[in-house]
Ligand binder design. Structure first.
Ligand SMILES: C[S@@+](CC[C@H](N)C(=O)[O-])C[C@H]1O[C@@H](n2cnc3c(N)ncnc32)[C@H](O)[C@@H]1O
Length: 159
């Protein structure tokens, strides 16, 4: 979807997002992260309202295109920046762990978003997207896939 429409969609959804999706997203976080050790600098990629910071009970860096979603993430102690996942405002290998939940399928050019993810990653990436989309070819081509998991309505990758 085009960035402008995505931004508009999530700016409009921000007030009801947690009520609608908190339990669903928490279930995905649990399935993907319960046995994973996180270290160092962690980025919440497509952070939305910052539910992940609440789940992990730790401050995180967050990036999202929707200002209204980010306002909520900030209240959850995320250190946020507004930006586009296709053009990340970070240096190469800037983050030890990148956590990306249910955002990739929203990007206009997922391939570009994946290239950017690879560029800024120093270690491990945990990535999920809605399972009704299929980015497996691009993901397999760009990353060393350690594991694939079903995470609710998402498919999850440990990279
Ligand atoms: C379904 S929400 C998931 C939010 C959060 N990861 C969670 O688990 O609750 C998708 C988020 O990705 C963001 N997003 C989508 N496309 C984006 C893009 N191109 N650049 C930055 N953020 C984007 C949206 O604004 C939205 O907050």
């Amino acid at each position: 979807m085009k960035q402008k429409s995505i931004k508009k969609k999530y700016d409009l959804t921000a007030d009801v997002y947690d009520e609608r999706y908190k339990d669903i997203q928490f279930e995905k976080f649990k399935l993907m992260l319960q046995d994973i050790q996180l270290h160092g600098k962690i980025l919440d990629h497509g952070c939305g309202t910052g539910l992940l910071a609440e789940f992990l009970n730790t401050p995180l860096f967050g990036i999202d295109i929707s200002f209204k979603m980010l306002k909520r993430a900030k209240q959850r102690r995320e250190l946020v920046v507004q930006g586009d996942l296709e053009h990340l405002p970070f240096k190469a290998r800037a983050f030890d762990n990148i956590l990306s939940f249910t955002a990739l399928q929203n990007t206009e050019h997922p391939d570009k978003a994946l290239n950017e993810l690879k560029r800024i990653s120093n270690r491990k990436i945990i990535l999920t997207h809605l399972a009704k989309f299929d980015f497996s070819k691009q993901i397999n081509k760009k990353f060393d896939v350690q594991e694939i998991r079903q995470a609710g309505e998402d498919i999850g990758f440990i990279l």
